[in-house]
Design a protein around this ligand. Structure first.
Ligand SMILES: [Zn+2]
Length: 549
């Protein structure tokens, strides 16, 4: 045999192998169907599951159901066969002072709890007392060397209460050259502001709310202001600020006026890099009493071990929790969470089924994780990332399912956080196979990329995807899809009306999304490439540091 014919026969064999891989992948993918997906949604969003609230019977039923389904598929439990990962958690119920009075330069001002401010504490203590802490204004509260930005450059925030604006200077100015312009960066999120204030040694931090800059109204904050869930941190969260909270822009403006300062002029100044933080020359006194309830919640974790690179993994995630039983609305008090996150859990179980059908198992390991307490701060996913089966540097990618709408097939695949990483290319390729196109999220200023479990992975430097059909109905077009979404946000999201109705639901789009997730994960699992964050991503440096280990 000469070299040429050897090469030819070699390439024929290679093509045959890749062909049969493709066939078996397609066969596995075709196991995903609406009937099975629907069964999961009906069970998980049934009244019997009581809204799937952590620490309740709803948790027991949900986590057991999901574990049983993995078992039926022959996918083993992540922890030596055990499906459950205990998440040591604490439920905190707050009673802050009903009002606070501040003596400012031009007189007294009294602010009321929930009307003007929200005060919480992450400290795992019965009571936290703020005594005569100086109040300072630190602009956007951002330290971002890559943008040449440091709002704390000229003050020592130690022991002080910092007031900071929500979102970032790019949004405020709509200047494309500043941060990421209209799109919110992580520096714009309240969670970043809390983290940075703690790094600066501040005693407390109050984020100044405005509807537009936050992306949601004040009531979204007050609805959930009375309680929280935290991980049982060894140090009792002592490294965090004692006070974490919000103040309305109206109340902040009044406080600035009483302090002899011009709120509007100063917030404008804060959009420039040469802004200098300043004192309001007044002090805050406030006590927060907290009732603590220590209890374990659970993540459900299943694994298919890789054949060639078992120490590397792709993680699929979807949160199982929702709000349980709450305030009655139109006679219903069960927050069933059919779309948030029943359809998503169903889609993940269907993707898992497809992987279980593969004749040749994937080369990298595949992890499926149904996480707890997403609705109360993404606690379950954070805990998994820090105590996972694989370290961040061995976790190649995370694909997260959240809010899949049962409104039929969509032409688009919306990537929330479009442009963040090389994973976009994988989405594009898989979307093409389904005759779909990729689209940017409709409101990048709302910071949705920082608002579901994939973000816990991103914070550890792991490239993460939050994707779904969202904007362009195959049958009814874009305007119709927009109406459906708007209707969902207004009438169903986080309400007892988030129920499953088999008469009106069309799961064909969720089936397509589940197949898309399979395609992307299958490709990632069978190659040696490690996708990277893009140049301007906030998470690039974190990844590079963890990969250098
Ligand atoms: Zn959700």
């Amino acid at each position: 045999m000469n070299i040429l014919s050897k090469l030819i026969s070699c390439s024929i064999i290679l093509t045959a192998i890749s062909c049969s891989n493709k066939d078996q992948a397609l066969e596995a993918e075709n196991a995903i169907n609406a009937k099975d997906l629907e069964k999961h949604v009906i069970v998980l969003s049934s009244d019997e599951f009581q809204g799937r609230k952590p620490f309740t019977v709803g948790e027991e039923k949900s986590t057991q159901y999901i574990a049983d389904e993995f078992k039926k598929l022959g996918i083993e439990g992540g922890f030596n066969g055990n499906y459950f990962q205990d998440v040591p958690a604490v439920e905190l119920n707050y009673s802050p002072d009903k009002s606070i009075t501040i003596n400012a330069k031009n007189g007294e001002i009294t602010l009321e709890n929930t009307k003007d401010y929200i005060a919480k504490t992450p400290h795992l203590k019965d009571s936290v007392e703020i005594k005569n802490a100086e109040i300072v204004f630190a602009g956007y509260g951002i330290v971002a060397p890559e943008y040449g930005w440091d709002d704390y450059k000229n003050i020592d925030a130690k022991g002080k209460i910092v007031l900071v604006l929500v979102n970032d200077p790019g949004f405020a100015t709509q200047n494309k050259e500043l941060f990421k312009g209209n799109a919110m960066t992580y520096y714009g999120r309240w969670s970043y502001k809390y983290e940075e204030a703690a790094r600066q040694g501040a005693k407390g931090v109050l984020v100044i709310h405005s509807d537009k800059a936050a992306g949601y109204g004040w009531e979204v904050l007050t609805n959930t202001s009375a309680s929280g869930i935290s991980i049982q941190a060894k140090d009792g969260n002592a490294q965090k600020c004692a006070l974490e909270g919000w103040i309305t822009d109206i109340a902040a403006k009044k406080l600035f006026e009483k302090s002899g300062l011009d709120f509007d002029a100063l917030t404008k100044k804060a959009t420039a890099a040469d802004f200098e933080a300043l004192s309001l020359n007044c002090n805050l006194n406030l006590t927060i009493k907290t009732k603590l309830k220590f209890a374990n919640s659970k993540n459900v974790v299943a694994i298919i071990k890789g054949t060639k690179r078992p120490d590397e993994c792709i993680v699929y995630s979807a949160h199982w929790d929702h709000f349980g039983i709450g305030p009655k609305q139109n006679g219903d008090s069960i927050y069933n969470g059919a779309i948030d996150n029943g359809t998503a859990l169903g889609a993940m179980l269907e993707t898992a089924k497809a992987f279980s059908k593969l004749k040749t198992k994937p080369e990298r390991s595949i992890v499926f994780i149904a996480v707890t307490a997403e609705e109360t701060g993404m606690i379950g996913s954070k805990y998994y990332v820090e105590n996972g089966l694989f370290p961040p540097e061995k976790t190649i990618a995370n694909l997260n399912y959240e809010l899949l709408l049962p409104i039929g097939k969509m032409k688009d695949v919306t990537i929330t956080g479009f442009g963040q990483s090389e994973l976009d290319v994988y989405v594009e390729q898989a979307a093409k196979e389904q005759d779909r196109y990729i689209a940017d999220e409709p409101f990048p200023e709302n910071g949705m990329y920082f608002r579901s479990d994939h973000f816990s992975f991103a914070q550890a430097g792991i490239p993460s995807l939050f994707i779904k059909g969202w904007q362009d109905s195959r049958e009814n077009g874009k305007e119709w899809a927009k109406d459906q979404i708007n209707n969902y946000w207004a009438n169903t999201y986080h309400k007892p009306t988030d129920e499953y109705n088999p008469e009106t639901a069309d799961l064909s789009g969720c089936v397509e999304d589940a197949k898309l997730f399979f395609k992307i994960g299958y490709k990632l699992a069978n190659e040696t490439t490690i996708p990277k964050w893009n140049e301007k991503s906030e998470f690039k440096a974190i990844r590079e540091k963890s990969m250098a280990k």
